[in-house]
Design a binder for this molecule. Structure first.
Ligand SMILES: [Zn+2]
Length: 336
């Protein structure tokens, strides 16, 4: 089903209006937003980030509404992807200090910068509610299957299972706005991978990778993973495989909550939905027993990574100082 058609019909009868609201905001001075930690109770609703969603409180902050694109370095123009898929914008177009500012951000991806863009606080409760809703979907169908869940399946599950609950018009509008917003506005420069929110991963195209809870696209991804395991050893494990738009949406919203609504900070660590190469075959690998450190720079210091780096046939998607607006991700394997 075409989502746009669906929403048109849906919203004709709806009173929900977002028109005239700015979704993006910029905070005007360096502000220790995270000085007070988010309030997290021992609730049983936990987001992908491991935080309690229902009970999450945003740190009260003073925000000033500004035009979305104001005040941030403008890295446009964007080259057509076919011209150069590895260079999302023309570096020569940037002033030196803009380049420095850009590099400072991705090298200190978890820091807060004056030019960071925030979600409008009017969306806070919607962000929390929608994320919790997606958490219920994930809990219902399981982490493994959630990796593949399409938007239409998400709607269907909401309608069919009372423990999930139907997705409301405002939640769907929010999900759609996040999906269709141009992430260049908040500093992410990777290209759009999925044009439509209803794009899905055909089940026949994926292989379940045993003992991981994840899937890989058959063909290049699966072959590459098996080759890496063969050459590096069984200590290497798939930590995240192919991910649907719904899965990426959930991860991104949870990351935005973790970042107190700072979308720039969130997107320095995680591609916004529709922009993740996990949608077309990229995957993450780690070292068995290394836990959360598999998703830190520490992974690059393991013997496993050192071996991988010497293999010659493996590329990582987000090397140091990449031009996507993303931190160094030594664990994220690129497919061609
Ligand atoms: Zn990844």
């Amino acid at each position: 089903m075409n989502k746009r058609a669906f929403l048109e019909g849906f919203f004709t009868a709806s009173t929900v209006a977002f028109g005239g609201h700015f979704m993006w905001q910029r905070i005007n001075q360096e502000s220790p937003l995270l000085a007070s930690a988010p309030v997290v109770n021992q609730g049983n609703t936990t987001g992908a980030a491991g935080q309690s969603i229902d009970s999450f409180q945003f740190t009260p902050i003073e925000l000033m509404s500004v035009q979305p694109a104001q005040g941030i370095p403008t890295p446009a123009p964007v080259l057509a992807p076919q011209q150069n898929p590895n260079i999302p914008f023309e570096v020569a177009e940037l002033e030196e200090e803009q380049v420095e500012s850009y590099l400072r951000k991705i090298r200190n991806f978890d820091a807060i910068f004056a030019s960071d863009i925030y979600l409008d606080p009017r969306y806070e409760s919607l962000l929390l509610r929608t994320t919790a809703h997606l958490t219920r979907v994930e809990r219902h169908i399981g982490h493994g299957n959630f990796n593949l869940m399409s938007f239409d399946e998400m709607l269907q599950h909401g309608r069919n299972f009372s423990q999930i609950g139907k997705f409301e018009a405002d939640e769907l509008n929010f999900i759609e706005e996040v999906f269709f917003a141009n992430p260049h506005r908040y500093g992410f420069f990777g290209k759009k991978i999925s044009a439509e929110i209803t794009d899905f991963i055909p089940r026949n195209d994926v292989a379940k990778i045993s003992n991981t809870g994840h899937f890989l696209l058959k063909g290049e991804s699966e072959t590459l993973y098996n080759q890496i395991k063969k050459d590096v050893g069984n200590e290497v494990i798939l930590t995240s495989g192919v991910r649907s738009i719904v899965k990426q949406m959930h991860l991104f919203l949870a990351k935005a909550i973790e970042a107190n609504g700072n979308l720039s900070r969130a997107s320095r660590s995680l591609a916004p939905p529709g922009h993740s190469y996990h949608g077309i075959g990229d995957f993450d690998i780690g070292k068995i027993g290394y836990g959360a450190k598999n998703f830190t720079v520490d992974f690059s210091k393991t013997a496993e990574y050192q071996k991988i780096a010497r293999l010659g046939y493996v590329d990582i998607r987000y090397p140091t100082d990449n031009l996507f607006g993303v931190r160094f991700e030594p664990w994220h394997i690129k497919i061609s």
